[in-house]
Ligand binder design. Structure first.
Ligand code: ACM
Length: 689
């Protein structure tokens, strides 16, 4: 323990007399309820708790700077908001009355890299909190843990006594947002960064150019955003502000300029960059398109040199992402001049030509002090080993890259836009036990990134597409490999979700707000009941059924619904407890019955709401199915509780109904079909006569 910490604790005791005066002396020692997300590497619990009172203040002992002071002030402010205890947010005038002592060795890296030391230790006793870290970034990670430790009971708010030593498993823990297909305003980015910091993500990968939009101001080439963005772009000043905001939270910003494909929007203003004659337009559809940069002309490289130089001055990170994905090569193969170039340079196919382009590009990036990261298409043994490969097409490229000496990060399995469950993402490990990689190769797996592609997501619903599922991915990337209990993850995710909402994210509140708008009334009780057991169809299903493009309004019923509603997992738990015939079966039976009755009772109100709302009308069959499901549930529970068998054929009939009900309709599907199937299957049937 630092000397000053001990002194402060001693004086704290002297000043406050008996600590925890608000706690009745006979109150039982509080049980530590672990709601940390991500789980720390090492945690041990102790007796007792630190009661939060207005005398809780923070002081620094050791290195301090404006970034650290601001992080501490934000942290205290959040505690104050959470507890309504008037905790002072500026350091106390006298340095002897602190209950949080932040002791930091040094500032950390001037430009944060994947090598930044993010470790910290946190000691909570009934007398105070000691936070120690080698760097300011480590201290920020510890402050987030402290936030998550705060609990409450009838006696007030407190921090349970614990000892934590924590360090991340992976060094690169990112979130990518595609701001090309749908532009995300600065306040969305800011609150996303707040959420990222809360769950210890450390790379914001900013996808800034796409066929559907070029999203950052270039002064050298004003027609990029000028003609390629519909007026929706970040000014350089805004981009710098985001970089600073992220750095204040220990988050790197890696910008992506996706080239040579996915570049239609560049060519609207600068058609000479393309491999075919223009004119070009901002692409409104989604998919893979032909427009691609011309890699055979010196003017292309001259342009990129100037552009990258300009961007390098805005984005200080050591890495710049060059995209490199999904170039279909069509324009290259169709252009006689480009074909001749390929023959001349012995480039046997368009992949080889793209590799030629990448090698030129690498030199330009190097000139501007940048390392390259790209999607896994760029992987080629010709490229120098200091590039980083982002695996999105599968796990194989991650391992292949590592075997060939390339550092890589995993995104396959972390695509938030696919509308998978948090559990599905959680079980994807960049470095599973049986990776088949030797220790040197394993060390090249830097981590992973969650990816939020925005074909089907706009600014009003992006929070609910990212959160809280990204927190499960954040845990996978931070915590030890053996932290993998899905039930426990969901238990903590529910709490983390609420904490993220307190930070200003709208992933919970957006649902009710959208439902009110759809229903055109505040009286949406029945709609809540239906919506709570529905989730969007998968990304691919929606693409096939609806064919949304950039101009499709994303304000339908499906857009209001979170991809993995808490009710899905909770209902599964309830049903499995019930079917296991536990001692509490009667309680579960009552709970199930209440649910089923509520589903049935909701139908008339739903039909009424739907009749008045063209946007809800498409979901009308779902209202009727709610009654069917509720009735089926009641019947099954009644057979099981009476012990009487159903008539022969009952199960087959109900299972067929469930199969039908499970199909996508109104772009949504029920989340309760599997447990209902288990329920139906558990019902005994009379033998066939
Ligand atoms: C990608 O999803 N095209 C990287």
């Amino acid at each position: 323990m630092h000397l000053i910490f001990a002194m402060i604790l001693a004086s704290f005791i002297a000043l406050s007399g008996t600590p925890n005066q608000a706690t009745p002396p006979q109150s039982p020692a509080p049980r530590f309820v672990n709601t940390l997300m991500p789980q720390p590497a090492h945690l041990s619990t102790r007796e007792g708790r630190l009661t939060l009172t207005p005398s809780f203040a923070a002081i620094t002992d050791g290195y301090r700077d404006a970034r650290l002071d601001a992080a501490i002030a934000r942290s205290l402010d959040r505690l104050k908001t959470q507890t309504s205890i008037s905790i002072p947010t500026s350091p106390p005038a006298s340095s002897t009355s602190g209950a949080l002592v932040v002791s930091v060795d040094g500032p950390g890296e001037t430009i944060q890299s994947a090598d930044e030391d993010e470790s910290y230790s946190l000691e909570v006793t009934p007398l105070g909190v000691g936070l120690h870290a080698a760097t300011v970034v480590g201290a920020m990670r510890g402050l987030e843990t402290l936030q998550q430790l705060v609990q409450s009971d009838a006696t007030g708010y407190f921090v349970p006594a614990v000892s934590i030593r924590d360090t991340p498993r992976f060094r690169w823990r990112g979130l990518m947002i595609d701001c090309g297909r749908h532009f995300m305003p600065v306040d969305v980015i800011r609150r996303t960064l707040d959420g990222m910091a809360a769950v210890k993500l450390n790379v914001f990968h900013w996808h800034l150019s796409e066929d559907q939009g070029f999203r950052i101001e270039s002064r050298a080439f004003p027609r990029l955003a000028g003609l390629g963005s519909d007026g929706l772009f970040y000014t350089q000043e805004q981009a710098r502000e985001i970089v600073a905001y992220a750095r204040d939270r220990g988050i790197r910003v890696v910008p992506e300029f996706d080239i040579p494909g996915h570049t239609s929007a560049w060519f609207v203003g600068y058609p000479d960059l393309a491999s075919a004659p223009g004119p070009f337009h901002i692409e409104r559809e989604f998919g893979v398109f032909d427009p691609v940069m011309d890699p055979t002309r010196e003017s292309t490289y001259k342009f990129l040199d100037t552009f990258i130089g300009e961007m390098a001055a805005i984005f200080p990170d050591h890495f710049m992402h060059i995209g490199g994905d999904e170039n279909n090569g069509v324009q290259w193969k169709a252009n006689p001049r480009i074909r001749a170039f390929m023959r001349e340079h012995n480039l046997r196919d368009t992949a080889a030509l793209q590799n030629h382009f990448n090698r030129r590009l690498l030199k330009i990036l190097e000139k501007h002090g940048k390392h390259v990261i790209g999607w896994d298409e760029i992987l080629n043994p010709d490229l120098p080993k200091d590039i980083v490969v982002q695996s999105w097409r599968g796990f194989d490229s991650l391992a292949t890259g590592a075997r060939n000496g390339y550092s890589s990060i995993l995104s396959a399995g972390y695509y938030l836009n696919l509308m998978s469950t948090a559990a599905a993402h959680y079980m994807v490990d960049p470095l599973p036990q049986a990776s088949g990689l030797n220790p040197e190769e394993q060390a090249r797996i830097l981590g992973g990134e969650a990816c939020m592609w925005t074909e089907q997501t706009a600014s009003q619903d992006i929070d609910s597409r990212i959160w809280p599922r990204a927190a499960a991915i954040a845990e996978r990337l931070w915590s030890p490999r053996d932290v993998d209990n899905v039930d426990d993850m969901y238990r903590r995710l529910t709490v983390e979700s609420l904490r993220l909402e307190a930070l200003g994210l709208t992933h919970i509140s957006q649902k009710a707000a959208s439902l009110r708008q759809l229903a055109r009334t505040q009286q949406i009780g029945p709609l809540h009941i239906l919506a709570s057991i529905l989730a969007p169809v998968t990304f691919n299903e929606r693409a096939h059924i609806q064919h949304p493009n950039q101009l499709t309004p994303l304000n339908q019923f499906v857009d209001a619904l979170p991809p993995d509603p808490p009710s899905r997992h909770n209902f599964e738990l309830l049903m499995s407890a019930y079917l296991q015939d536990s001692a509490t079966r009667l309680q579960q039976e009552a709970e199930l019955t209440t649910n089923f009755k509520a589903w049935i009772a909701a139908e008339p109100g739903l039909l009424h709401l739907m009749a008045g709302s063209p946007l809800l009308a498409q979901a009308e069959p779902r209202a009727q199915q709610l009654t069917v499901l509720g009735t089926m549930g009641l019947e099954a529970v009644s057979y099981l509780s009476s012990g009487l068998p159903a008539a022969a054929g009952w199960r087959a009939e109900k299972l067929a109904v469930l199969d039908e009900t499970e199909k996508p309709q109104a772009l949504v599907r029920f989340t309760v079909i599997k447990p209902l199937r288990d329920l139906v299957n558990a019902v005994p049937e009379a033998p066939n006569k």
